[in-house]
Design a protein around this ligand. Structure first.
Ligand code: GAL
Length: 427
């Protein structure tokens, strides 16, 4: 996907000035734009800070509009997506909700739950400020359906340099096999947690990095095509590796979300975690919400083992549901989320890079400076757990398979369930 160019598109950076026309609606009281209910799962440290930065800017630009933050706790939307599905089913949509670009968004589009945003894009000059192939991920039958706010990277290995040193490990592992060796060394030599994970979804998240690490970019990408064969020996090896890697985590981890799992690393309790770059925002944001940690001493990062040179990407995007009760408020929110200013406020706190290609690069330092460069130069693979390659049904079926695996630890059964899921769910 996406070959991106950071061309300055100053001429089109006029979002926020243009007034959306032809958008009827208003709310039940007849007044326009006095409220907007925005739905996401960004409640916890790190992600909530990113949202707050954009909301503050929205409020100052829209003084008459009440912002209702309808976020539901649970990393990667584990709870929120279920609540959202029932709200949409009952025709009680929020005014705008967060959905991932790609297969996840396509589900909502195909269910007829979203309004196309073609005229919004036209009026706000947006077609030229997003990478072409990102637009492809949010376009269906010629119509655009969401506003991407950022790009996250899923395949990041965060590690504690001091623990690696104690274990006699000279640097981050370059392959899955090396990773397994390092986990073993940490266990044998340090008494620290080799791999920190949290709630079940963090194992799903780990799985995509291990699949990518073992199958390579083309092999991983091929898994998501219709008719793909999940029964081959490479997948067998990857799932066996996944089982081995998973055996180096702790069982109590399951009670925490990604923040708790990630915190163990920067506090020197665990050597490694594999987590998306939202962890970076949490690590470096100032206290009390952020952990105010320093890259280099408290933590370091690398591509997850065996995935150097590939960006396992995902993109958060906001939508306009059909029947949004405060449609004008929603349009105002989409303007914020699509604006260069909004994105440059959001991403540095969120731990992502902006989806727009004309962002202010100087704001992205440390890990984010690296991410910015990597995004220009690496190959791309779509995250299945965060909605790019797997639709909601497939996503749920993989999660169920992983949940069973966490109980029976049987990589063979995991593979046969994943084979069936691919047969049933690939669109
Ligand atoms: C992802 C989402 C990110 C971040 C993460 C952890 O699905 O795209 O923005 O919120 O979950 O909750």
């Amino acid at each position: 996907m996406m070959r991106r160019r950071l061309t300055a598109m100053a001429a089109v950076a006029v979002t926020g000035l243009l007034v959306a026309t032809g958008c009827g609606g208003g709310d039940e009281s007849g007044s326009k734009s006095h409220k907007v209910e925005v739905f996401s799962w960004w409640t916890g440290p790190g992600e909530a800070d990113g949202l707050a930065a954009m909301v503050d800017d929205f409020k100052s630009g829209n003084p008459g509009v009440e912002f209702v933050n309808a976020s539901i706790a649970g990393g990667s939307g584990t709870q929120a997506k279920a609540v959202l599905a029932s709200r949409l089913q009952n025709n009680e949509p929020p005014d705008s909700f967060q959905g991932h670009a790609g297969a996840e968004l396509l589900d909502y589009i195909k269910a007829g739950q979203l309004e196309p945003l073609d005229s919004f894009y036209g009026q706000n000059g947006l077609r030229s400020v997003y990478p072409r192939q990102l637009l492809d991920q949010i376009t269906y039958q010629g119509h655009i359906y969401s506003v991407p706010v950022n790009i996250h990277r899923s395949n990041v290995l965060w590690y504690h340099p001091g623990i690696l040193q104690e274990a006699g490990i000279s640097g981050p592992p370059a392959s899955v096999d090396e990773f397994i060796g390092d986990l073993k060394a940490v266990k044998a030599k340090t008494g620290k947690i080799p791999l920190s994970l949290g709630a079940q979804w963090t194992a799903d998240h780990l799985l995509e990095s291990v699949l990518l690490g073992d199958l390579g970019t083309d092999g991983y990408n091929a898994l998501w095509k219709k008719g793909a064969d999940w029964s081959g020996p490479q997948v067998t090896k990857a799932l066996q590796d996944f089982a081995t890697i998973h055996s180096y985590t702790t069982t109590e981890a399951a009670s925490t979300d990604w923040q708790g799992a990630a915190k163990n690393v920067v506090e020197g309790k665990a050597a490694f975690t594999v987590m998306g770059d939202w962890a970076y925002g949490y690590f470096v944001n100032p206290a009390p919400n952020g952990l105010a940690k320093k890259a280099g001493t408290d933590f370091k990062w690398a591509a997850s083992p065996g995935t150097d040179g590939t960006y396992l990407w995902l993109s958060d995007s906001f939508t306009l549901p059909k029947g949004a009760p405060h449609r004008d408020g929603a349009i105002a929110w989409l303007k914020e989320a699509s604006s260069k200013r909004g994105q440059d406020l959001f991403s540095p706190k969120k731990g992502s890079i902006p989806a727009r290609t004309d962002a202010d690069k100087s704001l992205y330092t440390g890990y984010l400076g690296w991410a910015f460069e990597q995004w220009q130069t690496t190959k791309l693979a779509g995250s299945f757990w965060h909605g790019v390659t797997a639709n909601n049904k497939w996503h749920t079926d993989i999660d169920t398979a992983v949940g069973l695996f966490l109980q029976n630890k049987d990589a063979g059964k995991l593979q046969s369930t994943l084979v069936t899921a691919a047969k049933n769910d690939a669109a």
